[in-house]
Write a protein that binds this ligand. Sequence first.
Ligand SMILES: Nc1ncnc2c1ncn2[C@@H]1O[C@H](COP(=O)(O)OP(=O)(O)OP(=O)(O)O)[C@@H](O)[C@H]1O
Ligand SMILES: [Mg+2]
Length: 498
Amino acid sequence: MSEVLLSVKGICKRFGPTVALKDVDFTLRRGEVHGLIGENGSGKSTLTSIIAGIRKADSGEMQKDGAPYSPQSAVDAQSQGVSMIVQEMGTAPDITVAENIFLGKEKRFTRNGLVSKKELNAEARKVLDNIGAANIPESVPTFTLNLEERKLVELAKAMYEEPDVLIVDETTTALSHDGRELLYAAIEKMRSESKGVIFISHDLEELMSVCNIMTVLRDGDIIGTLTKEEFDEATIKAMMVGRELTGSYYRSDYDGKVEDEVVLRAVHLTGAELVEDVNFELHRGEILGFGGLANGGIHELGRLLFGIDPAIVGSVLLADGTEVKDASTAVKKRMGYVSKNRDEEAIMVHASIRNNIALPSLSKLTRRGLVAAGKERELAKQAISTLEVKCQSMEQLTRYLSGGNKQKVVFGKWICNESHILILDCPTRGVDVGVKQAMYRLMYDLKCAGCSIILISEELPELIGMSDRLLILKNGKINGEFIRSPELSERDVIHAMI
Ligand SMILES: Nc1ncnc2c1ncn2[C@@H]1O[C@H](COP(=O)(O)OP(=O)(O)OP(=O)(O)O)[C@@H](O)[C@H]1O
Ligand SMILES: [Mg+2]
């Protein structure tokens, strides 16, 4: 066995009444790409953020290269060779890309008390080029970048210090195919230099191909560690949830029953970015999938359909003739939208779970200007139990939930709203396999109840598994249509994507 790079022993961590980690031991050896997997709220982010100096353990010890290791902050951990790409947004929006990369390290570029912007930018350029992100500008404010680009800025920032330990927390779901390749290249570089990587993902297939060892967490406990030869999907899933997962993952019907009634129509829909002359009809009770490469326009299409971004040409029309020109019209007309960019668009992190879930339903819950508190609680209770949101109570602020549990709240708030038309942009992003299954079940039940769903996704199996009909966007235009069938394969669809 190779040399131990980092070890943690007896780590405990509580958040009030929640026990996030119970006496955890974990070892990372040189040359390991060590996968961490476990259900939402099992403690993955807590453990790794303690290793990365972002949080402090209540008790326990850590060693790095055989010496005691107790980082006082993320910057301190980085200076000791441990870098982490966090699950949530890890860049500040209002400063430039270069400033984000060197945040807390400006001293390096200070001459006579002044930060040399020129040097800072030049160094940032090098760092970005080094990870292969040549097309990301270094001197623009970070909020002008999209989610993927901002994650790649975090990768550049993490790699700049040439860390011994790189931690990647649920990052790939924010990345397109090309972005993933850059991340995998960075990971491979770490491995080939006999350094260590801790890689967190809910995508088991991805974990099995990227990692050479994997540890399973459940409710703050380490359940076991498997080497590459021992990797087996069923075993790992059973370790995660503590029981065998049974039943079909996606829906199993193929009769493709959809009503004739058209509930939404996109006519020559064209946006400022990417979406160009898109025409389609959404039927009552239909799950209409939209797939394509990340830069093909699918996410932009979702924003146009919900009225967040204005159409430059064409329109989105509902059955009663209403044109969806803005999001407030969409909400009034009982449309719902789950954004891919969760923390900034889909959730109020400083509000409680109850408030978040009730928000789109307020008109329904209000009598003479007063919110019916009992009904509101009932609604929140129902969503929390259906989606198994792991929380202390419905009054807990959503910022304290684990990433996947936040995603469940976002999903729950629109499901409970009894929306007639749902636009779901990567709705299962970051949720564990068990909850994914529950979400698919819910989507199917909604369809059967007459709800229409637009499912935008970068995961082909999910699109093929759930859609009645699948439209592929390429360079902003519809480039293929597929009808639900057991014969439909990923290969058929990929053809239309590239
Ligand atoms: N700041 C906090 N305050 C209160 N509870 C917290 C806080 N951070 C995490 N928790 C709780 O600790 C537990 C572990 O959370 P953690 O974020 O480590 O889970 P995770 O395995 O990363 O889940 P996910 O897959 O959803 O990202 C959860 O029950 C979570 O609600
Ligand atoms: Mg997490």
